[in-house]
Write a protein that binds this ligand. Structure first.
Ligand code: ACO
Length: 437
């Protein structure tokens, strides 16, 4: 375990003054990134709140897990660059790093892998739970329900104040997500569920549960397994995004980890967040051909048209998303290995990227491809239906969510999250009888 570090107060402070008040606000210094103005005493000292509805300038917590420099396109997990982790790491090694602050030794990794392997099965009664859904249900709808339901099955690890319970819940979540995800898929296509195999590593086991059928064993392709592992690593954590913040906010009330992760899955589902990978393929389908790109670029630039270039732009990255760079490389490797290098969606995506990056609208707003731009193309080539793309994101991100949830629960200064508001509704008024309205 690394030594517990925390933000330090700078000698500097920021002065905020207004109508009849002036206050010195401390500046906090992190280990990397901009200083932060500590406004925690603002309301008590001035009777005023700040307004930042999309959290564009607000740090909601202190964290030691992930660092992003959006201007430079830097992403570090516990200090290690995403490029190095994606190139050399194994997904469970990265999970261990996120959960435990340090890369594991050989024996630590072995015992972590063993624990994950032996938690992959789900309670048998949960299989009946799936059958309550309509076959046509979106797998993300099934994920929200089934992951939330884990809290109804694993009562023995729900005491959030017990470190051992927290650890078991974390391992259960990382271990069971591939099983639940594959079951959501199998249910949607009407195939029997495939049980996990303890002989296989985490990623191969997931592919086996997804693509094996009782009559035919799934042949693993090392290039595809490596690409899947890389996709999982690249999605493992991304500091305080909407879904992670949702998990923290849900958990701040003391809710159990399974319920909190289900809340994270719900938040991830939206097309502005994890749902974008599915939306990218829909968009490429809609564009259809290179000759139509200009028309769609014009639509994306038109403020009266709701169309946006999916897989482009990011709240934090104002440079190429480093995860997109790694995935672009994987897209070529996977398509090459499958002998579909001339996959029309890849050609379309490459051309779209080139045209957008040379257009002043995207340049001026610093809109670059994000992680979702290439992931869908790889997943489609691997045989995943687009409705599963966001499920895979949720599977991979679960470790990040649970690392943040644990960090929050272990923070002695943790309080329930309770934002305030700028009220713009009616003034106080008298109730009128229905006959007078
Ligand atoms: N296509 C066209 N214009 C865009 C796009 C886009 N994809 N993204 C942003 N813009 C424009 C906005 O219209 C705005 O223009 P304006 O300044 O003239 O009004 C400007 O760029 C800034 O955009 P905001 O919406 O203010 O940026 P914000 O940080 O709130 O949004 C977001 C970020 C949600 C990711 C946005 O870029 C988007 O909708 N992208 C498409 C969806 C997507 O790919 N999401 C995945 C994000 S990564 C992830 O969650 C894993």
């Amino acid at each position: 375990m690394s030594e517990k570090k925390s933000s330090k107060e700078n000698n500097d402070s920021a002065v905020l003054s207004g109508d009849g008040f002036s206050i010195n606000l401390p500046l906090l210094k992190g280990s990397l990134g901009p200083d932060v103005i500590d406004i925690r005493s603002l309301y008590k000292d001035t009777g005023k709140f700040t307004f930042d509805s999309g959290f564009t300038s607000t740090a909601s917590c202190e964290s030691q897990i992930t660092f992003i420099d959006g201007d430079e396109g830097v992403l570090l997990h516990r200090g290690y660059s995403i490029e190095e982790l994606a190139e050399n790491g194994d997904y469970l090694e990265v999970c261990y790093l996120l959960l435990n602050s340090e890369l594991p030794s050989k024996s630590e990794l072995e015992s972590f892998k063993k624990s994950i392997t032996y938690h992959t099965m789900i309670h048998d009664q949960m299989t009946d739970f799936f059958k309550g859904f309509r076959r046509a249900a979106h797998p993300m709808a099934v994920m929200c329900g089934v992951v939330g339901a884990l809290s109804a099955f694993y009562h023995d690890s729900l005491d959030i104040d017990d470190p051992q319970h927290r650890l078991i819940s974390a391992h259960r979540l990382v271990a069971k997500m591939p099983t639940i995800s594959a079951m959501a898929y199998k249910f949607s296509v009407g195939q029997p569920f495939i049980y996990p195999s303890n002989k296989l590593d985490y990623v191969s086991n997931f592919l086996h549960m997804m693509f094996s059928v009782p009559g035919e064993h799934f042949e693993q392709n090392q290039i595809l397994t490596k690409a899947m592992s890389r996709i999982f690593i690249l999605h493992a954590d991304h500091e305080q995004n909407a879904s992670t913040s949702t998990v923290r906010l849900a958990g701040s009330s003391g809710a159990n980890p399974f319920a909190c992760i289900a809340a994270g899955i719900a938040s991830l589902w939206g097309p502005a967040h994890g749902g974008a990978n599915e939306a990218v393929l829909k968009m490429l389908n809609q564009i259809g051909s290179v000759k139509n790109i200009k028309e769609y670029i014009d639509k994306a630039k038109d403020k009266n048209d709701p169309f946006r270039l999916m897989g482009f732009g990011h709240r934090v990255y104002k440079n190429y998303d480093p995860r997109a760079t790694a995935l672009k490389e994987s897209a070529h490797e996977v398509l090459n290995s499958l002998g579909v290098e001339n996959e029309p969606f890849l050609e379309l995506a490459l051309k779209l990227e080139e045209i957008a990056l040379n257009d002043s609208y995207f340049q001026d707003r610093k809109l670059f491809p994000n992680v979702d731009f290439y992931s869908g193309i790889i997943l489609k080539a691997m045989g995943f239906p687009s409705s599963m793309f966001t499920v895979l994101f949720a599977l991979a991100r679960t470790v990040g969510w649970i690392a943040h949830w644990t960090e929050m629960i272990e923070d002695p200064n943790q309080k329930i999250g309770r934002p305030r508001q700028l009220y713009t509704g009616s003034m106080r008024r008298k109730y009128s009888d229905i006959s007078d309205r």
